[in-house]
Design a protein around this ligand. Sequence first.
Ligand code: AHR
Length: 636
Amino acid sequence: MAIPEFILRKLFVHESLQVGEDGFSFALHNTFAPGTITGLALKVGGQPVAPEGIVLQVEGEPPRDARAITPEAPFPLPVGVDLTIQVRGAGLGQGRLTLQADTREAGLLVFTVQARKRDNSRQAQRRAHLPRFLRRSLRAEVEVDAEAVIGEVHPYVYGHFVEHLERCVYGGVWTGDGSRLREDTLALVRALRPPVIRYPGGNFASGYHWEDGIGPREQRPRRYDEAWQVGESNQVGTDEFLAFCAEVGADPFLVVNDGSGTPEEATRWVAYCNNPPETEQGRRRAANGHPEPSTIRLWGVGNEVWGRWQIGHTDAAGYAARLHPFVVAMREADPGIRIVAVGDGPLTDAPDDPARQWNETVLREAGDLIDYLSFHIYQAGEEGWREDYDLEALHHTVCAAPLDMEAIIGRMAEQIKALAPGRDIRVALDEWNLWLPPPEGAETMHRVIYTLRDALYAAGVLNAFHRQCNELTLANLAQLVNVLPLIVTDEQRAYATPIYYPFLLYREMERLSLRLRTDSPTFDSEGLGNIKPHRSVPYLDVTATRDETGRRLVLGMVNRHPDRTVRATVVLRGFEPLQPVQAQVLSGPDPLATNTFDAPERVGVGEAPLPTIQGDRFVYRFPASSVTVLVLAAGG
Ligand code: AHR
């Protein structure tokens, strides 16, 4: 490989130049590939520098005398690091430096550079036009303290959602006729180890009569789904959904129909799922091939009841009044169930915020009945849909959006504390996603194409969930397949979209979320729809989780910068000596990269370099637009 001299010259970090009385020093930044230097010589103004005066050092490694670098004792130069070269006993003269490096990989590399300190602002301007691989990294520092436990992250926050909508159920999770699970989708879902899956809607739930979907398939009635205004074959119903959950190891979360349904119908559903085989509903279930009960704990009552589009739409007082007969009857079938009530996410602190008022009424009038108060958020909401976007501004807006979600969770938790004191009610976010306009020509509004940028958003949301772990204990990404999709299928194939991968990576996380001190370069972002403008948003967004013993630490690091590496020093306080166990990174060619049937893993997860831990810290480079998960563990 011959590397042209003009490219080699760009390795020279002009800002690093230091000139002293007895010599000078400078740095090279290796942006190409890992290299092995087997010999190094330097000339100033064409005159050789005595080798005994030259010392090389890579960050975090001991210094090496240039004379000691030989083919037998080479000097490894990893990619992405700064190599500092100190010269003693020689002046810089007019600054014309020639470097000769013998390398194992590329042979002799020679280049001459006019060494001079550059004016920073001009340098910054130049850098803005340099290709991504030549830019210097941003610096950050993260301190992780083993004792700074926020609380326990409930695994349900990594939950999913399957609705009878478009091709999510038929042709997505199941074959088009609903006769069997699709193996390709199943393999992708299994890998996620989904903790919980919400079903059957969404809007669909408010018109769904679950008894249409049980029993011999050929006898199930075809119905018209009023919510989405299409036919419903009922070939997939409760037993099929529960079998799917069992296949992938997820807990089911069922939403009962409080729109066109009745408390009695909902109660029969609880009994059908949870009661023993000798009861009326248990016998019915056994007759359908499932004698053993499922003990489903999570039951939602209604969906977006506050929305005009919802079947059974009513006001907060009407909903609270409706909750009483539903919950009382459902608990008669199984007192152990946990009720998820429909709440709404206040976007502001204003007392007249309609969502805040909805929650107030539900908490006051039905707070003694419920276990979760839920909300939904799709960012940026339709008010944020534009024909054209400034893509750089949009990148920052999308990456900052999890802050709004985090603020809403906090507002709801405060409302719960104030209005239902003493009740153990948690916040549930049972539908969330980024929802920007689908591409031109998309068949429906749900055919959004997710990019690497959107995966940064999803990871940022999961980081926010970790910070809010004491308040939020259930969340469901909307949706699993083909609708605002985590997974896309056609007749024969399935692939994971970029937003799938944060879920895959974050299943490595441990239970205890830690409070961090992060010092990172920041950005300001513009508001868009339900996303507020933000100031000083850190480019490096970090989460840290550890196990009970503190012997396993898992870090999730999101570099939101669209095209610059972040070089972070991570300081570990209060841990036994930790060793790196695993490093994985989600990345892609650029922030707007997507996956397709032809290139299903353009955005995907790969192995990343293991960090070298020295004492209580390590230095690590996080590629631009990436999500890195590092697993560290105490040895022995
Ligand atoms: O996820 C699609 C739809 O969005 C859901 O059915 C509904 O609850 C929400 O409005």
